[in-house]
Design a protein around this ligand. Sequence first.
Ligand SMILES: Nc1ncnc2c1ncn2[C@@H]1O[C@H](COP(=O)(O)OP(=O)(O)O)[C@@H](O)[C@H]1O
Ligand SMILES: [Mg+2]
Length: 215
Amino acid sequence: MAVVIAVAQQKGGAGKSTIAANLAVALAQAGHRAALLDTDPQKSLERWNALRQQRPKAVPLDFHAPAGWRVTGTLDRLRRAAEMVVVDTPPHVETDARLVIRAADLVLVPLQPSLPDLWASDATVELAEKEKRRWAYVLNRMPASGRLRDVILAEIARRGAPVFEPHLGNRSAYPAAFAQGLGVTEASPRNPAAAEIAALASALAASSLGGLRRG
Ligand SMILES: Nc1ncnc2c1ncn2[C@@H]1O[C@H](COP(=O)(O)OP(=O)(O)O)[C@@H](O)[C@H]1O
Ligand SMILES: [Mg+2]
């Protein structure tokens, strides 16, 4: 049975699609049978995946963009067929996001280092907790130092909230790779973005072997 990782956050622009695509690519490159599911009606990953088809550098990826009512069926099927399933979700806590969170073994909540963004993520976190899902923040576009970083890390520590590391930097390699239908590990393997995504993917894979998987 696959581990299902939902990338969810009520706030648009937090980095859900970027992180979902890059993680799926890095997991596939690391030899996992990885699937990527786009459940956002905006379908940005579907477009990204279409660009991918013309890229010799693109690793094979089991990609699906099921329409609303097909999401559950596709997830059930992939849970049996794949090893790691990464799911991108719509930018609001509505039916589709709720369904996916309910089905997930882990909910990753991308968070940019600002307090309003942290507050905006509360609804997603509350939903994950209500559904008794394991969840963790992934800090995205995180500066290497400075006040923004200190404030957000202090507030997260005060709350005792879980964070999946490493944090991801604010790097033009992300939009540049995305625009080519690639992950950063494919488009610019020597960029620090590639190293941090590969490390995040391997931390996720390791934690899934350590008991994320449902019985
Ligand atoms: N770590 C990052 N560094 C630089 N740009 C980023 C990063 N993460 C996301 N972005 C950019 O921010 C914008 C929103 O990201 P996206 O993944 O589409 O967010 P969401 O899916 O949550 O709406 C995109 O233009 C994307 O390229
Ligand atoms: Mg998106």
